[in-house]
Each structure stands twice: as C-alpha cells, then as structure tokens.
Design a protein around this ligand. Structure first.
Ligand code: ZN
Length: 374
C-alpha cells in the first residue's frame, strides 16, 4: 500500500484540462510540492521514500481522520490562512496567533511559538527541535525516523488536536486550554485502542421507501457525483461532494466544462472529476456513487468499455487502482441530491470552484436534510 505520488501525474493533467488556471489550490499545491522535491533531490528514489512514509502513517493505530489529517497537512491542503488567502477568501495570510509569519500547515502545527509550548512538554518534542524543516512533510519524515510507533501516534494525535484547537478558537467555540492537548491526545489514543478491541455493534436500519443519501461505513468516504447539461451555452456542469460516515463534508466542488457530446459522457466526466478530487484530498477508501446506471455499469465491467466515452471510464479505473479501495455504486437520483445541485450550480460563477470541508452557503440547508439519516 502506498499513495501513488508520481506515476499518473501526466495523466492527471490530461484528465483535468481546466486546472491549469491555478484556481484549484489543493491540487496545484501538492503537484508543486512533488515537483520541488523531485528537483531538490533528483538522485534519490523519492517515490519509494514517500511510499514508505505513507505506509508507516497509514499503519498507525489512530482514528482514520487523524491519518487523513496528516496527509492533508503534508500536502498543504488544510484550510490554513495561506490557503484561504490563496483562494481570495481572506486578505491576510499571516498567522492569527503570533502575527509574525504566514500560516502554513507547518507553521500552524509546529513552528508557531504558541504551539511550540505544547511540543516542548514532550521529551522527544525537544529532540525534534533545532533541525531546519522545509515543511510539515519534512518534519513528519523526520518523526518516522526518530520516534517509536507509540511516540509517532502521539505526534499524530497532538498535531490533530492542535489543529482542532486552532479551529475552535477561530470559530469562538469552547475549547480546553492548550496545555491540555498532550494529556487529551493520550486519552484519545487509549479510547481508540480500546474501541478496536471491542466487537463492532451491528445496527439495524429501519426500512423505508424514501431514497435518501446514506453515509458510508466508518473509515470510508462517500463520493457523490453528478452531471448537468446547459443546452443554451452548449456546456455541462460537474458536481462532487465527499462525506464521511458522520455526514461531515470533506470537500465539494462544481466545474463547468464544454458539453462533451452525450449525457453519459457528462456523467462519466463527473465521476472522473470526483475520483480525482478524492485522490487529491488523500482519501484512500471511497464509495464512488452516481445516479447514472449506464456509467456505473460501465465502471463495474471488467473488460474495456467500448463506447465514445470509454477513455473516461478507463481513466477512472486507472485512478482507482492507485487508491486502497474503491466501490462503484449506483443510487437513485434522490440519494444524490447534493451532487446534482452542485452540478447545476456550475452554470454560475467561476469555471471551477472548490470548497474544503464545506459546501456553497446556499446548499447548507440541503446538506442538513441529507444528514438527518439516522
Ligand atoms: Zn503563528
């Protein structure tokens, strides 16, 4: 297992012709990072090192959201002030805690003097200090070399709690003192380990004729996609939303593209856009769900798809092979409402819009409806 970091990038560019406009910060950020790494150290087997690093991280006994968080921190895809500034959401990228440096993931989680206080309470935290790190991935890489598995688990959990604490403060929500982070991280690891030792609880779902969005099982992510056609401009819209088992949004997007000759091709393009987005966000176990039976059947077909949109289907399967587990699923239109609304929304605004951990404001009420699944 490992995150495929280099082999398909040429293919990605072909797949997402519209991303060269620089608006898609998540994606361009990590491509740049990989490119820079390759430039800085062309002699080394960078991909192997990366795979080893991710294998270590993915094997840690911490909640999946924590591992996912680390991946995002490494790829600068957290909504840090630098990223929000880059996406023209805020004017000032400077850290709100220390007001002295741009808030990157590395700054927010490690470098900022307000969080150094936390790391300094850990004996190995002090050991990690002093060395110059290029970014958070660099730091994490060092951690995998220096720390034991238990320490690495604590490092992960503390990083996650620092980010959580930062967000709570930013949203004026109640939160523990920052000095409580290390003991709380230890508690969370213990809780998680105990849960793993207990047999799973099987819940009975009530029968209902109403088709509603259903969350994925714990640890997986549901990626809903849909297409829409704008006949008067000869364009199409693609909509994607990714949620976890609790219905929390990992990201959503809408994109406007030239109409690609058939409804199936639009749906297939939406599916490709969706799986690429999931991959960009570091989600390795996904349920890719759309409401076009034809496209889902084409994806489930083991042989080649011989249609005029067959190349898109093959692209999707290629990307899927780079993830840990992908289930192609069909759902009735009512279960795919948010993706449908996002696809329709692509008619407005920019040609590509991405929301990290959220949806466009006008869709929040629909999201709440979907989330009342229990
Ligand atoms: Zn700071």
């Amino acid at each position: 297992m490992g995150i495929p970091l280099s082999s398909h990038h040429q293919g990605d560019c072909l797949v997402w012709g519209g991303t060269r406009n620089g608006r898609y910060a998540v994606r361009s950020g990590y491509h740049l990072l990989i490119h820079e790494r390759a430039q800085a150290d062309p002699g080394s087997s960078d991909t192997t090192e990366m795979s080893k690093l991710w294998h270590t991280i993915w094997s840690l006994q911490v909640p999946p959201k924590t591992r996912h968080f680390l991946w995002r921190a490494c790829h600068e895809s957290l909504p840090t002030r630098r990223n929000l500034h880059h996406r023209h959401i805020i004017d000032d990228p400077t850290c709100a805690n220390c007001s002295s440096q741009v808030e990157t993931a590395f700054h927010a989680l490690w470098k900022c003097k307000t969080v150094q206080v936390v790391w300094q309470t850990l004996p190995w935290g002090r050991r990690l200090q002093g060395a110059p790190y290029a970014d958070f991935m660099d730091l994490l890489h060092r951690c995998t070399q220096l720390l034991s598995t238990t320490e690495l688990q604590l490092f992960s959990m503390v990083s996650w709690l620092i980010w959580y604490h930062r967000n709570q403060v930013r949203m004026h929500q109640p939160t523990d003192q920052i000095t409580r982070i290390v003991p709380r991280a230890q508690e969370l690891i213990t809780e998680f380990t105990n849960e793993q030792d207990c047999p799973p609880v099987i819940s009975m779902q009530p029968k209902s004729d109403v088709i509603k969005w259903k969350p994925p099982v714990e640890g997986r992510y549901k990626v809903n996609y849909d297409g829409a056609i704008f006949r008067n401009t000869n364009e199409a819209g693609l909509g994607v939303i990714i949620r976890n088992a609790r219905g929390e949004v990992m990201g959503s997007l809408c994109q406007r593209v030239p109409f690609p000759h058939s409804i199936e091709a639009v749906e297939a393009s939406a599916a490709r856009c969706a799986i690429q987005f999931a991959k960009d966000l570091g989600l390795m176990e996904i349920d890719l769900e759309g409401d076009s039976k034809i496209v889902v059947d084409a994806l489930l077909l083991s042989g080649p798809c011989i249609t005029f949109y067959g190349h898109i289907i093959e692209d999707i399967k290629l990307i899927a092979r780079g993830l840990c587990s992908v289930h192609f699923q069909h759902v009735k239109r009512d279960g795919n409402n948010l993706a449908h609304l996002l696809a329709k929304r692509a008619r407005l605004n920019e040609s590509l819009e991405v929301w990290l951990e959220s949806v466009p404001p006008e869709l929040v009420s629909k999201l709440v409806l979907d989330s009342s699944f229990q």
